[in-house]
Design a protein around this ligand. Sequence first.
Ligand SMILES: C[S@@+](CC[C@H](N)C(=O)[O-])C[C@H]1O[C@@H](n2cnc3c(N)ncnc32)[C@H](O)[C@@H]1O
Length: 333
Amino acid sequence: MNYIGSKHKLSDFIKSTVYSVVGNDLSDKIFCDLFAGTGIVGRNFKKEVRQVISNDFEYYSFVLNKNYIENHLEIQNKEELIQELNDFPLIESGFIYQNYCLGSGSERQYFSDENGKKIDTIRIKIQKWKQNNKINDSQYYFLLASLLESADKVANTASVYGAFLKHLKKSAQKEFVLESADFEINDNEHLVFNQDSNELIQHIQGDILYLDPPYNTRQYGSNYHMLNTIAKYEQFEPKGKTGLPKYQKSKYCSKNFVLQEFENLIKNADFEYIFLSYNNEGLMSIADVQNIMTKYGNYHLEKIDYQRFKADKTENRNHKATTTEEYLHILIK
Ligand SMILES: C[S@@+](CC[C@H](N)C(=O)[O-])C[C@H]1O[C@@H](n2cnc3c(N)ncnc32)[C@H](O)[C@@H]1O
């Protein structure tokens, strides 16, 4: 998934830095990815450590991580379930088609009509299967994550869901096909939470804490609202042109709150090694982060030049540079 702040392309940098600081053998370590997003960082450590703890307070991210991180054994009847869902006759009464597709008269066009109907059809079936115990929890989250990933590929947006495009873009005209969201098979058991970082940190402990909070004022709950709507599938009255639901706001996206929030997090963290990803255009300056972290142990900084996240041209952008500096702030507490 093309996700704001995704660490997909920084995976090698993060992994090699963690190894160089913590040591060559992580097999008895607990690794926590506290702002997990797509889950890519935890996924990269799933086979390396004893346990991954993964958390994000957005529900779509929780679903993705329940699949990519917590699921660790082969999904039974995987291919058959996917095939069956792809083959159901489409319904027109579902929430996405009725509220976010043009053909229903909603005046919104986040998906083509056929794709909106298909997303509804599949989402409703997954819930029915869960209620009838046709599928277990692992299958449920695997199928939901597959739906989110596949729906995101045909969304008619400029990368994020803050607005839809007037005309159906090429990728949105393609037929929606449910594809499996495959995860690493692994003997260890992993944990996934859907909580505020600063709340959860008071109840967990481990060895390596990886922090990747939002850098700026763009709230994930508004930028990815459609993924939450598909994942939760609860009825609400979509408002205005964009049909945005009420969404929760992160204190890490607020200049007024971020420093206090970050310091509390570091103070309460019961982890020996703490790694923070942050770039040079974030709400906290490098000096802000350094001042806080040095209070709690041995601190140093690693840096890499990085190609920034690119949205379509239609999105308003404040920064023109195409590369940015990404930092890993390291604290041995
Ligand atoms: C920069 S993104 C993480 C990206 C992730 N590392 C990846 O590669 O996909 C920041 C994440 O923090 C989450 N978030 C923001 N505030 C949070 C909070 N207070 N507690 C937990 N998660 C939060 C957002 O939902 C978002 O997914």
